[in-house]
Unconditional design. Sequence first.
Length: 113
Amino acid sequence: QVQLVESGGGLVQPGGSLTLSCAASGFTFRLSNMDWYRQAAGKQRELVARITVSAYSDYTYSVKGRFTISRDNDKNMLYLQMDDLTPEDAAGYFCKSMLYDYWGQGTQVTVSA
């Protein structure tokens, strides 16, 4: 069955960096466009970044130039490099395959001095 396991979240100071990872299994990862979403407390879940099977990437405006999505098809891994973090980036972060309506547990990012 489809499984997505996010990791790498934590507490970071404003201006700091984190790299999130997503381990995918149960489907053909290399054939799936992949997304990173986030959901802050009291807010709707939003799409942060997308990477296609051909490695084309796109980002929501608020993270452009600060976040980088990448994938390793040999390892079935998805990544999100996050730089210059602000308190507005604090949220639970989730990876998702565009092929399946499945959500993992997510990983929490806290940005605070």
